[in-house]
Design a binder for this molecule. Structure first.
Ligand SMILES: Nc1ncnc2c1ncn2[C@@H]1O[C@H](COP(=O)(O)OP(=O)(O)OP(=O)(O)O)[C@@H](O)[C@H]1O
Length: 222
């Protein structure tokens, strides 16, 4: 499996406090990772660093095999890495516009946007709610809109911050069943979750953030 992102000597501080020091972090293409750790261990902060939303000291970084300077965040990564918040922001327009938002910014034609959005809504099971105002959607539906919004831009890396926290079992299942198709498209996915709400996903590698260190478990997260 080829490597998507390699980081060496990643350190995050808040003032004098070192939140974590990670010797190496390697993400392979089309692979799923479940990032675990207790409250405050730094899961969200790590995802935001990977998504270019938070600064950190990184000694060496390689994206798709070539060296990049992690700060300022490379344009190539900005276009191909998507971070999804636990409570995804919904623009007060339509569900279609929310899903197609990233495509318009990337220069797709109206016809292409319509086609991709329609396909993504079908994939995420959103056809039945397509005419509802986005702010009225449930937590699970908003997560599925956010996944559809990510899928249409075909990201190389998708960062999901506790996507199933506070969802009931059925809503959680609906979100989780979308993930294997993303990895089979070649998208690498990192999903942060609490230890007590461990996300079980076949073929996922578990990354455990504990006491400022990151430990990759060779066994699957199942
Ligand atoms: N901007 C900031 N300034 C100072 N400290 C911060 C800042 N952002 C986060 N922290 C601290 O960093 C630590 C890690 O926070 P983070 O949200 O990354 O943890 P987490 O593992 O995602 O936690 P949770 O599981 O509760 O969501 C916390 O102690 C938090 O208070």
């Amino acid at each position: 499996m080829s490597s998507l992102l390699n980081l060496h000597s990643l350190e995050k501080r808040f003032g004098d406090r070192v939140l974590f020091r990670i010797e190496t972090l390697t993400l392979d293409r089309g692979k799923a990772y479940v990032l675990t750790g207790s409250n405050g261990s730094g899961k969200s902060t790590l995802l935001k660093i990977l998504g270019g939303l938070e600064r950190a000291r990184v000694e060496q970084a390689f994206f798709l095999g070539h060296a990049v300077r992690f700060f300022p965040y490379p344009r190539e990564m900005r276009r191909s890495v998507v971070y999804v918040h636990q409570h995804p922001v919904m623009f007060d327009t339509s569900i279609e516009a929310n899903i197609g938002y990233g495509l318009a910014a990337r220069g797709f034609t109206k016809g292409e946007i319509r086609e991709r959005v329609e396909e993504a809504m079908r994939w995420a099971g959103l056809i039945g709610v397509r005419n509802l105002p986005p702010r009225t959607l449930s937590g699970g539906e908003k997560q599925r809109v956010a996944l559809a919004r990510a899928k249409v831009v075909e990201p190389k890396l998708l960062l999901l911050d506790e996507p199933t926290a506070n969802l009931d079992t059925a809503a959680r299942e609906q979100v989780m069943q979308l993930l294997p198709q993303l990895t089979s498209m070649g998208t690498s996915v990192v999903i942060a979750c609490h230890d007590r709400e461990l996300i079980r996903l076949s073929d996922a590698l578990r990354l455990d953030l504990r006491e400022g260190r990151l430990c990759a478990h060779a066994e699957d997260a199942e």
